[in-house]
Design a protein around this ligand. Structure first.
Ligand code: AGP
Length: 623
């Protein structure tokens, strides 16, 4: 959702801020702004509605060589997208400027208090309340401070901490004070912030992508931490306690992971990165000698794992679809009762306690607010909580007691693609791991390893359908409704295929278990409503074929995703996309490829902004 950048050092801050904001565009936003401190110690603020390009034009009309500044992309929550609601916001009478990600729940109550004390508000945002609250705390502290302490930066830090302690909600924020023009103050609670450590310069951002190419040394702030960032150093302290020793980690991203590398869109690039992403997820984790998967990050002993009686996967959106795939895998391979829960529902439910339940939050970003809340709720109930996550150091990765990192590389396109297939392969390894600790024999374990190992190559083959899929996209691009149908392991594929199409092309699409059609949805079938059948060969194939015949009998066009060598399907479907055969439990990883491509090509043909679909944000950090 919103994004933050900050810079202090010898470079022209504006350049880094604009480039950084551009790299954060993928998170979704509707307005943006930057502020620098000029030579006369005045704040030089630029804000604009719409794309960063527009903001850059505005900045170019009045460039500044200042070496300190902060910037923000806003995804509207409190107040419509407009210049006055865009960040940064000024606090008090111009003592400070602030940019903020997150939501302040008690902003109304704080605003009323500040209005009574004479503060004025120029926006409808909750952020301006924080800015004025800090100004108020600073004023009070200054009035009580001895003359010689009035310019001490500790005064600003204490005022900031005092204000933060009055906020209810979430924040990742950066502040510049007029009287301390060489320092960025940064704080986090529930909304990520990282600090990039340079030589004689330092950076702040809401995720690591703006820092790539500038530094590979990074500090992930944790909740309730506040950082004081100067060109020559940083200090981190707890909001209510003293200084904290901060860990500097190595940033594992390079420029190729954040640029388009010749592709037209990040989504297409990420679709084609899937063989490599899958290999990275698998790397070092398949152990032939023991015929199992090595998942040391679970932080559980074999005996603890044998005692697990139930697994809950909780997630949102695409990650929820991979959780469904995981449920089928866990039942089939590990034979552990497994449930899949929408995180947004689980967080407010009170399911009966069951001893030895293991809860996995599945999330690409590690920042999805509902998934984080569900994880916390399950932890509160005493369950062990783990994560399957792509973003290292993200909130969920920090709060979970262990888990599996995907190592799929940064996913920038709003529509999740490579994270989905990497989640599925990680779940296959999880099922193998649990299976081998229970009933699964050595030979079966070895066979599963070989089948998993074959998946990246099969995905590479499936990507060769791109031209064929583009032709099919051109044929069906004007349809207003699509049905996606599959059964067993490919029921989640149908759901995910439909989600991909609707989120980037704005076409209505429904995913169903194919046999459910006759219980209602078949009424939707007509000549203009294509049904996409996901039906690679497997034990359920004949049943799905019958469901397909039912659609054909009612005049509905059929696009089929089927296994190479399937001659029967060619006779009945209007269009067929052939994918290589893999073991049934791994089919979702291969069968989703043409559906990702189909959604992509249809969206491009309809002129949609594939990487920044309307109304959507990459990570949904609000409830
Ligand atoms: C995927 O294409 C979507 N943009 C969305 O459903 C996403 O999967 C969901 O918001 C969950 O995100 P997460 O995996 O980062 O938690």
């Amino acid at each position: 959702m919103c994004g933050i950048v900050g810079y202090v050092g010898p470079r022209v801050a504006q350049d880094f801020l604009l480039e950084g904001l551009q790299r954060l565009e993928y998170r979704g936003y509707d307005s943006a702004g930057i502020v620098t401190i000029d030579g006369d110690l005045e704040f030089d603020i630029h804000r604009e509605v719409g794309r960063i390009k527009k903001l850059a034009q505005l900045v170019n009309e009045r460039p500044s060589s200042s070496g300190i500044g902060i910037g923000h992309t806003r995804w509207a929550t409190h107040g419509a997208p407009s210049i006055r609601n865009a960040h940064p916001h000024i606090g008090g009478e111009g003592e400070l400027v602030l940019a903020h990600n997150g939501v302040i729940e008690n902003y109304d109550e704080l605003k009323n208090r500040l209005l009574k004390r004479g503060y004025t508000f120029h926006s409808e945002t909750d952020t301006e309340v924080i800015a004025n609250l800090i100004a108020e705390c600073l004023k009070n502290r200054r009035s009580k401070a001895a003359d010689e302490d009035r310019d001490d930066p500790q005064l600003a830090l204490d005022a900031l901490k005092e204000a933060l302690s009055q906020l209810r909600g979430t924040y990742g924020l950066v502040v510049l004070f007029k009287d301390w023009p060489e320092t960025i103050f940064a704080a986090r609670l529930g909304s990520p912030l990282v600090i990039g450590i340079g030589d004689g310069e330092n950076f702040v951002a809401s995720d690591a992508s703006p820092l790539v190419g500038y530094t590979d040394r990074i500090v992930y702030l944790s909740d309730n931490q506040v950082a004081v960032v100067n060109a020559n150093g940083i200090e981190v302290s707890h909001r209510d306690l003293g200084l904290i020793q901060h860990d500097v980690k190595e940033l594992q991203m390079d420029l190729t992971s954040v640029d388009l590398a010749g592709y037209d869109h990040y989504m297409l690039k990420e679709i084609f990165e899937q063989p490599a992403a899958l290999r990275n997820t698998l790397r070092g984790r398949l152990n032939d000698d023991d015929a199992t998967a090595v998942l040391g990050g679970l932080n559980l002993t074999p005996n603890q794992m044998r005692r697990i009686k139930r697994v809950i996967f909780t997630a949102c959106g695409t990650s929820w679809h991979s959780a469904l795939v995981g449920e089928y895998m866990m039942e089939e391979i590990a034979q552990i009762p497994t449930e899949v829960e929408y995180a947004s529902e689980l967080r407010y439910r009170n399911p009966p306690m069951c001893e030895n339940t293991l809860v996995f939050a599945i999330t690409q970003s590690g920042e999805t607010a509902d998934t984080l809340a569900a994880l916390r709720e399950m932890k509160r109930k005493g369950h062990r909580t783990l994560a399957i996550c792509n973003v290292v150091g993200s909130s969920i990765a920090q709060e979970a007691e262990g888990g599996i990192y995907l190592h799929a590389g940064p996913e920038i396109g709003v529509a999740s693609t490579k994270a989905y297939t990497s989640q599925c392969v990680a779940l296959a390894m999880l099922a193998l791991h649990f299976g081998r600790l229970r009933h699964l024999g050595y030979a079966d374990g070895r066979a599963i390893i070989e089948q998993i190992r074959a998946v990246p190559d099969a995905v590479e083959q499936a990507l060769k359908t791109n031209d064929r899929v583009a032709e099919i996209a051109a044929k069906y691009k004007d349809c207003q409704n699509f049905l996606y149908l599959g059964r067993h392991f490919n029921f989640p594929t149908a759901l995910e295929g439909a989600l991909k199409l609707k989120e980037i092309s704005y076409i209505h699409a429904e995913g169903y278990p194919a046999a459910e059609m006759k219980h209602g949805p078949i009424a939707l079938v007509d000549k203009k409503t294509p049904s996409v059948f996901v039906m690679p060969k497997g034990f359920i194939y004949d049943k799905v074929m019958s469901n397909l015949e039912e659609i054909k009998a009612r005049g509905g066009p059929v696009i089929a995703v089927a296994a190479e060598g399937d001659r029967r399907i060619e006779k009945v479907a209007d269009d067929v996309i052939f994918i290589p055969p893999v073991q049934e439990f791994l089919q979702p990883i291969v069968s989703i490829i043409p559906l990702q491509l189909l959604a992509y090509h249809i969206a491009v043909l309809r002129g949609c902004d594939v990487d920044k679909p309307r109304n959507l944000a990459k990570s949904v950090t609000v409830e």
